[in-house]
Design a protein around this ligand. Structure first.
Ligand SMILES: [Zn+2]
Length: 398
């Protein structure tokens, strides 16, 4: 049966009073639901961007649902608040974007710094770090982490994840479009940091910030993630069926799996202007006008996908250029990777494994012109950085 009733917070007050498994844990941990039965730990975090409170609301709804007596709960579900000072101000961040600070270097420097030298976002990051570490320390199974976001532009909800096989499997059940290769373009994202710490993660963009439907989308996504992670037996919570239907209906005509082929990086001096009318994820025909800059028009090289076009605010990414990934291609790449075929990549001419970091390959582009970058994509090497004649391709471990 259930744990003894402890303190309850507002989110679970509608749940049956005899089945309370949540504890009021403080402002950072918005809710915690733990079963005496061992199982996975699922950490849901919302509001890493302070103008995106929908994720916290959605996660509390899932806690409310799973805190009922009919649920055969295993493991633990923890809900964390992200950038709390920015959430109060309803702004993305105060001094620093809390979804760009998660590199090993920045986290080490944060831990070495005295509290008096910290800005708001340092304190936020440190508390989140400690809260996630403590959830990992008491875990009795695999730890999963879902980072819940919303976007300024309207559009279909979608999922971003680092391309590792366990993460592909975790996202497989989600009927939302998934974009591979986007997370790897961003340095310091929360989810990729925790992937490197052994968690299985994804990030979801649930729709427009203030659209009430975005909370529904995020709630459905998290419920399906909880089922995939094994927090309750498959098929035993009937609302997950509604969640599938809801997300399926949101997807429209977009392919289920897409990948980033190229990042159109911009500088303030480029005079970059996106052509009007593109949604967050959108089809483009070969030759279609995508944007203009000081050098003229930028047109689609062939039929493909525009991903996250920049219409407002500042940023270094004008847009990402992508394409659909077929089921067949996914299966081939999974087969090759489970056979560890990537061991042979350093045998390709011009390719060497980085001696200091085995997750990275160094490519001499003079020699490696012979074959397309696709070869690396197949094996999950999606973090691509070009410096003169050297290219480094890197992937998440695992
Ligand atoms: Zn966000």
């Amino acid at each position: 049966m259930m744990d003894a009733a402890n303190a309850v917070n507002g989110a679970t007050s509608e749940a049956s009073p005899v089945s309370v498994r949540t504890q009021l844990v403080g402002p950072r941990e918005a809710a915690k639901l733990a079963s005496e039965k061992p199982g996975p730990t699922l950490i849901a975090i919302g509001g890493i961007h302070g103008n995106e409170p929908a994720g916290i609301e959605a996660a509390l709804r899932v806690v409310g649902r799973l805190n009922k007596e009919d649920v055969d709960l295993h493991g633990e579900l923890v809900v964390l608040r992200g950038n709390m000072s920015a959430l109060m101000m309803k702004s993305r961040y105060r001094e620093r974007d809390l979804n760009r600070v998660w590199t090993e270097k920045q986290i080490a420097s944060l831990e070495a710094r005295g509290d008096e030298k910290m800005i708001d976002e340092d304190r936020e990051a440190k508390e989140i770090l400690l809260a996630i570490r403590s959830a990992i320390a008491r875990a009795r199974g695999q730890v999963y982490l879902v980072d819940l976001h919303t976007t300024s532009a309207a559009g279909v909800p979608f999922v971003i994840f680092g391309d590792t096989l366990p993460q592909r499997h975790f996202c497989r059940d989600l009927p939302l479009p998934v974009v591979m290769g986007l997370e790897e373009q961003i340095d310091g994202a929360l989810a990729s940091f925790w992937t490197r710490q052994g968690c299985i993660t994804f990030t979801v963009e649930g729709g427009q910030h203030d659209e009430p439907g975005s909370i529904d989308n995020l709630e459905a996504t998290l419920l399906i993630a909880a089922e995939s992670a094994g927090l309750f037996p498959r098929g035993s919570v009937k609302e997950t069926r509604d969640a599938y239907r809801l997300l399926e209906s949101r997807r429209g005509h977009l392919p289920r799996v897409m990948e980033v082929v190229e990042r159109h990086a911009i500088k303030a001096t480029d005079g970059f202007k996106m052509a009007p009318g593109f949604k967050n994820l959108d089809h483009a025909r070969g030759g279609q006008l995508l944007a203009t800059d000081k050098d003229g028009e930028i047109r689609a090289p062939k039929d493909g996908l525009v991903i996250l076009p920049l219409y407002q605010g500042k940023g270094d990414d004008g847009f990402f250029w992508g394409r659909a990934v077929s089921e067949a291609r996914l299966r081939v790449s999974e087969r090759l990777r489970s056979l560890q075929f990537e061991r042979f990549l350093p045998l390709l001419p011009g390719v060497e494994r980085d001696a200091r970091d085995p997750s990275r390959l160094v490519v001499n582009t003079h020699i490696a012109k012979l074959y397309p970058l696709d070869v690396f994509h197949m094996f999950g090497y999606r973090r691509i950085r070009q410096t003169e004649d050297r290219l480094t391709v890197e992937r998440q471990p695992g």
